[in-house]
Design a protein around this ligand. Structure first.
Ligand code: NAD
Length: 300
């Protein structure tokens, strides 16, 4: 299959490499020449522009930072790919963006008979490298079925969430819940410590009780409780606070559009804003645990 891949950053670089390693004919484009050179070493063809990359492509995949990058890549009045894509092409946007932009791009492409799915991912850079990402796809069933075998070269679990835009909504609902669980777990563990309990013992108790959740089981935020997680490595690696802030902003924006009540999500957003603004933006999101200690708790 001839695949064009646009956006070769922390996520897109390893994802495109996995497509090359699966035997696809992959042409790539990124604004950064360094990112392109990495993919050349991996065996991809380099294009000099996004429109050159998509020439004769069966599938176009984009992995860009935010909604305005995606909108301008596809819909820019002068250079948008909408002017050069053929109607046989399937467009897969895997960036995490607002669902309204995904719907806007999908509708505009559909008017030109170009298929589009939004397919944001969960699993982070580690999952991108290992090819174990979860893809959450929004789009017509037939387009989902065409995208699935391509996505399986980069991920392990491929879900169909609903129509175009549903992938983005599902992803931010999940991440909003994750932020609430992380903040709640941190709060409970710190209260146990303040009352003289051992956080490891407290974690074991909660893991066998009704407070059990993913953050406790696989991503404990308290240093020293679990080995091999960011909290036991000075919160390096993992999923950055700034990316969680981005996802929470998207979640709250979506909630406002549908008048959904999200008091927990809003509180988590405030906590992550405070934590990020205190110089923690590039640290793992489980570092929010530190916001609850005796030095920082007055900030909350
Ligand atoms: P990144 O900033 O590392 O990479 C983005 C790349 O896009 C850069 O290389 C940049 O040069 C390129 N780019 C920007 N505009 C372009 C354009 N017009 N044409 C070509 N290239 C362009 O970002 P990332 O960490 O790879 O994240 C990409 C997306 O994946 C984001 O939406 C992010 O929210 C989402 N995501 C990231 C993670 C993570 O852990 N990093 C996890 C899940 C989802």
């Amino acid at each position: 299959m001839k695949i064009a891949f646009i956006g070769l950053g922390n996520m897109g670089g390893p994802m495109a490499t996995n497509l090359v390693n699966s035997g696809h004919n992959v042409t790539v484009y990124d604004l950064s020449q360094d990112a392109m050179n990495q993919l050349k070493l991996a065996g991809a063809r380099l294009a000099t522009s996004a429109s050159q990359a998509v020439e004769n492509a069966d599938v176009v995949i984009s992995m860009l930072p935010a909604g305005h990058h995606v909108e301008s890549l596809y819909l820019d009045p002068q250079n948008g790919l909408i002017h050069s894509l053929s109607s046989k092409t399937l467009v897969i946007d895997s960036s995490t963006i607002d669902s309204a932009t995904a719907v806007k791009v999908g509708k505009a492409l559909a008017l030109e008979s170009i298929s589009f799915v939004d397919a944001p991912v969960s699993g982070g850079v580690g999952g991108a490298k290992a090819g174990t990402l979860t893809f959450i796809v929004g789009g017509e069933k037939q387009h989902f079925l065409t995208a699935k075998p391509v996505l399986e070269n980069m991920g392990k679990n491929i879900f169909h969430a609903g129509e175009v835009g549903a992938g983005q909504v599902a992803k931010i609902c999940n991440n909003m819940l994750l932020s609430v669980l992380m903040a709640g777990t941190s709060e409970a563990l710190q209260m146990a410590i303040d009352n003289g309990l051992d956080p490891k013992v407290m974690s074991d108790i909660m893991l066998q009780s009704s407070g059990r959740n993913w953050t406790l089981e696989l991503y404990n935020p308290c240093p020293g409780v679990l080995e091999g997680v960011p909290s036991s490595n000075n919160y390096q690696g993992g999923f950055m606070v700034d990316l969680m802030r981005k996802d929470l902003n998207l979640a709250i924006e979506t909630a406002e559009n549908t008048h959904s009540a999200t008091p927990m999500g809003k509180l988590a957003q405030t906590l992550y804003e405070k934590h990020g603004e205190s110089g923690n933006g590039q640290r793992d999101f489980s570092s929010v645990f530190e916001l609850f200690n005796s030095t920082n708790r007055l900030k909350i």
